[in-house]
Design a binder for this molecule. Structure first.
Ligand code: GLC
Length: 754
């Protein structure tokens, strides 16, 4: 019976502490770069050498600080070495307290790793990730996550469960809001930017955090968009669509991965050896650690993938889940598995080592505490709010502006502001904004008041109440309320109508069977539109909604997503032309849930020869989306022309450069997102009709011109072939399109020859 606890003599402990510190201190002598790999490994191994089995298991245990009361005090568990990480603790004083217990009162003095969902900001709530991705601006996204990391680390949170990179092609799934939409190329670019912003130039960079790419993998493919439901995804779809953003995160140096809740092809992701060993570690060379999603280890029994918690422990651990989030299943069962020699101490060391290495790299041993006096100054930095306002401007997508109603004139004498989301704070933060203060959020009403002269009469009417628990529209307000809103619109020069979703109608455990405007919003919309007055529909949302009626009857539609802390000011900037919307859709906008799944990168398949005007795959409606992937309008106009390819013929592995000229042909400065798509006309598998393989967001003054070039090489032209079960770059003819969305018509071709 191996002893799981070995009391150490004072001298022994002192020797051990000196042994732990010395190599690292040398390595850290030059402050601004990462410690050497050797120094980190040596230090981790020294720690492991002195740790008991129980202390090692403690490092693989993460506990919720809130929501799940424990029978033993946190301090007691820390002193006994039974916990190595907490989540849902954001108060720097409380974090310092727990760190002090770990560093001063436990035998091994190993600091805690504090993790949290810093998804789109910490105290400064930025637009939700789906909005950030809609900016198509990686440098903005990197900057946002840099600020989020700075704020989180100033509070003592050194691990962010971000980026969430799950590809979503079913917007009924509530968590589409947390990702970058339907396309792997865009998602991968957004992911790299997030990892850079969160972790900095190297893991352990000051004022940065450990990032955690999630949820591995294909969580967004849940049947019916029902959160947590099974995902059934073919290997070629996994490798060509769902994996690339994760691979991009690993290549960008992400230090941790979160395994997903659901079962993938009947094998739970958190017990899935194919995912966690074969793909993540063997093929991609990931050397960080995997944390399960909350209670996902224990949940292996729910899946029927384990008959009891001990088997769940064995399966998750053997598959490659290093840390058990929240369930204490490892804490209760790993020791017995080691004692019964079902798992070895060497296996345990291999799982603990990357956790210790992350703590070493983060400098937690040298700097376990935060300077609480500095925290608030960081969290309230005015430049962070300014960035949040800029981000909300750049993430907005202009869907319609038929009669150029936008931008509105600031000389309006009266403006009606209507809708259940026009004068609210918390909903503008969107889901996953726990550390943000709703009271800090600028409402759209306040934003308009800040923007317009006192002489402008702004009349607000809610028009209808809105609550998630209302299943239908009969009990969410009254006709009188709608009538009041109609009268308000009738007596104003123009109306801004703000509709969409509350923050709890999107996100985790917030899937919907319908995309309709919830409650009585559609009635309100139609009643206000019937006034015939100039109307701007502003959407606050975390997914595409069924706005087919609006698209046919409302000339001006601006989607601002959940715009964050500065949402009201940014919306006012956009409505009155102090900012020009330049965002683009990251998904194909369905006309209704009846079309789901719908995505642009579909294959070419049979077209019935009997139908001469075959325009839809449904006889009862169009099969095209309401708005295509990559779509978004502007207050100016651009001409994209003169597509040139550097070569008509290339060999495998060689590059083709595509260049285009872009001109701002309008009267206002503005941004365009120039996008490049390819199609491989033949190969060992059907290939999508179009695939995004390049994009650039540029700003041009009126009359401004520029030339952009895009490289197409092995990375862009290869795919994983289900026929050959391998990554291939095949000889074929390729189409190239460049334009302002996925329906671009500027076209050319080249050939990859054998
Ligand atoms: C949640 C989410 C995950 C999050 C974790 C901790 O259930 O699935 O994204 O990071 O638990 O809050």
């Amino acid at each position: 019976m191996t002893s799981r606890r070995r009391p150490g003599s004072l001298l022994r402990n002192l020797t051990f502490v000196i042994a732990c510190l010395s190599p690292f201190v040398q390595a850290q002598s030059h402050e601004t770069s990462a410690p050497s790999e050797a120094a980190v490994q040596q230090r981790a191994n020294t720690l492991l050498h002195h740790m008991t089995t129980d202390e090692k298991i403690g490092q693989l245990t993460q506990l919720f600080y809130q929501y799940f009361p424990d029978t033993v005090s946190f301090e007691e568990r820390i002193r006994k070495g039974q916990v190595g990480s907490f989540l849902f603790i954001t108060d720097p004083v409380a974090i310092n307290h727990l760190q002090h217990v770990a560093v001063e009162e436990s035998r091994m003095h190993i600091p805690l790793l504090i993790g949290f969902d810093v998804i789109h900001g910490f105290r400064t709530t930025f637009p939700v990730p789906l909005a950030l991705a809609s900016s198509w601006d990686p440098s903005l996204i990197e900057h946002v996550q840099t600020v989020a990391a700075h704020e989180a680390s100033a509070a003592g949170v050194r691990w962010a469960f971000t980026p969430m990179v799950d590809i979503a092609r079913d917007p009924r799934w509530g968590r589409i809001v947390e990702g970058a939409g339907e396309d792997p190329y865009l998602d991968a670019a957004v992911t790299r930017a997030q990892v850079r912003g969160l972790q900095g130039p190297y893991l352990g960079s000051p004022e940065h955090v450990l990032a955690c790419v999630k949820h591995f993998a294909a969580y967004g493919a849940a049947d019916g968009g029902r959160d947590y439901d099974s995902s059934y995804v073919s290997e070629d779809l996994l490798r060509n669509v769902y994996f690339p953003p994760f691979h991009a995160a690993i290549d960008a140096g992400v230090g941790s991965v979160m395994s997903a809740y659901m079962d993938l092809n009947d094998v739970p992701a958190s017990g899935n050896t194919f995912l966690l060993q074969q793909v993540l570690r063997k093929e991609w060379g990931f050397s960080g650690f995997v944390v399960s999603d909350a209670f996902a280890v224990q949940d292996l029994t729910t899946h029927g993938f384990a008959s009891d918690p001990q088997e769940a422990t064995y399966r998750a651990f053997s598959a490659g889940v290093n840390m058990d989030m929240g369930s204490k299943t490892y804490l209760a069962n790993l020791g017995n598995l080691i004692e019964d020699k079902k798992l070895s101490t060497a296996q345990l060391d291999n799982m603990v080592r990357p956790v210790l290495e992350a703590k070493i790299r983060l400098g937690l041993f040298e700097h376990p505490y935060v300077d609480v006096a500095q925290t608030e100054a960081v969290l309230k930095a005015p430049e962070s709010r300014a960035l949040a306002r800029l981000a909300a401007q750049r993430t907005a997508v202009l869907l319609r502006n038929e009669s150029h109603t936008l931008p509105l004139s600031k000389s309006l004498s009266s403006l009606a502001l209507i809708g259940p989301l026009a004068n609210v704070q918390k909903p503008l933060q969107g889901p996953w904004s726990f550390a943000g203060e709703p009271k800090d959020v600028v409402t759209i009403l306040q934003g308009l008041r800040n923007k317009l002269p006192a002489s402008t009469r702004i009349e607000y009417a809610q028009g209808t109440d809105l609550k998630r628990e209302y299943q239908n529209d009969d009990n969410t307000g009254s006709d009188a309320e709608i009538e009041k809103a109609v009268q308000t619109a009738m007596h104003a020069d123009a109306t801004v109508l703000v509709l969409g979703e509350l923050d709890d109608m999107s996100g985790e455990a917030a899937s919907r069977s319908s995309l309709d405007l919830a409650g009585r919003q559609q009635r309100l919309l139609e009643a206000v539109a019937a006034t015939g007055k100039p109307l701007v529909l502003v959407l606050v949302n975390g997914r595409p909604l069924n706005i087919s009626w609006a698209a046919a009857h409302v000339s001006t539609i601006l989607d601002v997503w959940y715009p964050g802390i500065e949402g009201g000011n940014a919306v006012a900037d956009l409505l009155f032309g102090d900012a020009n919307p330049g965002g683009k859709l990251t998904f194909s906008w369905p006309r209704s849930e009846d079309q789901i799944p719908i995505y642009y990168a579909h294959n070419l398949t049979h077209v019935p020869e009997t139908s001469k005007d075959f325009v839809s795959r449904y006889w009862d409606g169009p099969s095209s989306p309401l708005y295509p992937f990559g779509y978004g309008l502007n207050y100016t106009s651009f001409a994209i022309s003169n597509l040139k390819l550097s070569h008509r013929q290339v060999g495998a592995g060689e590059r083709v450069e595509a260049s285009v000229d872009v001109e701002n042909t309008g009267s206002k400065a503005g941004d365009e997102v120039v996008q490049l798509y390819i199609h491989q006309r033949s190969g060992s598998a059907s290939r999508p009709v179009r695939q995004l393989k390049g994009f650039r967001r540029i700003t041009l003054a009126p009359g401004g011109k520029t030339t952009l070039s895009f490289a197409l090489g092995k990375d862009e032209l290869s795919y994983w072939s289900p026929s050959t079960q391998a990554w291939v770059e095949e000889p074929a003819e390729f189409d190239v399109w460049v334009g302002e969305d996925s329906t671009a018509s500027l076209h050319d071709t080249f050939t990859v020859h054998p």
